[in-house]
Design a protein around this ligand. Structure first.
Ligand SMILES: NCc1[nH]cc(CCC(=O)O)c1CC(=O)O
Length: 303
């Protein structure tokens, strides 16, 4: 009998749920059994604000080290948590199972109906800046912790609303608490939001072939374009950068934005082109945004 594949995952409920979905799909497609290996990352332990942790990949590096050591065969991450910098020892072998990419408001009211001065929990500069453009009169409160902890602050009376990814809420079965899903023209999601990433060691040609069955080609092109924007802007997952692409099988439509933290000034641009030119589309769009001052807007909030 073939030994089960060892799948590394963070231990949060969302991470294990997402990893479980990938494991189930892999077993369906290949007949291979999968064993789950729970791993604690620096991002799980540190209580620092994510924007202050310095550098990207706080949720990812430990899992990558274990892939390189051979302790695990593959790892599953939220694609939006992956750093854009390429590590040649690691292969992004599949981009899979993209859920609704949009951001959601968890509250008893829609954003427009919250009372002036209401407290909205989110630590993401991207979300704060875009929400300020819609409701400049609300208080945006930085929060951390997993989704259930964040939502719990509403019942505890600390917050009136929290903003989270619809994808995570659906996967946790908490989407019944959503009062509003933001359209992408209101709040542009983070690059890669809603999609899962499967990584393995670049040395393992056997696994690259086996795990490749998990890849969804349209998700691959969309997230390639979105992440190319982020990479060309030299920004990480804590930057005030939104990007969303959709691939109809021929044409890729891509929109990206950089928003100043005051929510007033922003650069937003769209483009479209052949799906196989995803990387160039993203890179060219970022260059056009920089020409319109996107770099200056990002620089302002770096420190
Ligand atoms: N940065 C944390 C993170 N990484 C992925 C998700 C949700 C799932 C996803 O976007 O795929 C979340 C929480 C959130 O933003 O609500």
């Amino acid at each position: 009998m073939t030994a089960p594949l060892r799948m590394g995952t963070r231990k949060s409920e969302l991470a294990t749920t997402q990893s479980g979905l990938v494991a189930k799909r892999l077993t369906e497609l290949t007949g291979r059994a999968v064993e789950l290996v729970g791993i604690t990352t620096f991002g799980d332990v540190s209580r620092a604000n994510l924007t202050q942790l310095g550098g990207t990949g706080v949720f990812v590096s430990e899992l990558r080290n274990k892939l390189i050591d051979g302790e695990i065969d593959f790892a599953v991450h939220s694609l939006k948590d992956l750093p854009t910098a390429d590590d040649p020892r690691i292969t992004l072998v599949a981009t899979a199972l993209r859920e609704d990419p949009r951001d959601a408001l968890v509250s008893s009211a829609k954003l427009a109906d919250l009372a002036p001065g209401a407290r909205v929990g989110t630590g993401s500069p991207r979300r704060v800046a875009q929400l300020r453009a819609l409701r400049p009169d609300l208080h945006y409160v930085p929060i951390r912790g997993n989704a259930p902890t964040r939502i719990g602050k509403i019942a505890a009376g600390e917050l009136d609303a929290v903003v989270l990814a619809t994808a995570g809420l659906r996967r946790l079965g908490r989407d019944g608490e959503i009062s509003q899903i933001f359209e992408v023209d209101e709040v542009l999601p983070a690059p890669g939001q809603g999609a899962l990433a499967v990584e393995c060691s670049s040395d393992r040609a056997d696994l690259i072939e086996l795990l490749g069955v998990l890849d969804d080609p349209r998700t691959r092109t969309a997230v390639t374009a979105e992440r190319a924007v982020l990479s060309a802007l030299e920004a990480g997952c804590a930057a005030p950068v939104g990007a969303f692409a959709s691939d109809d099988g021929h044409i890729l439509n891509l929109t990206a934005t950089v928003v100043a933290i005051d929510g007033v000034r922003s650069v937003r641009k769209s483009t479209s082109g052949p799906r196989l030119a995803a990387m160039d589309l993203g890179r060219d769009l970022a260059a056009a945004m920089i020409a319109e001052g996107a770099g200056t807007l990002m620089g302002e909030q770096a420190h």
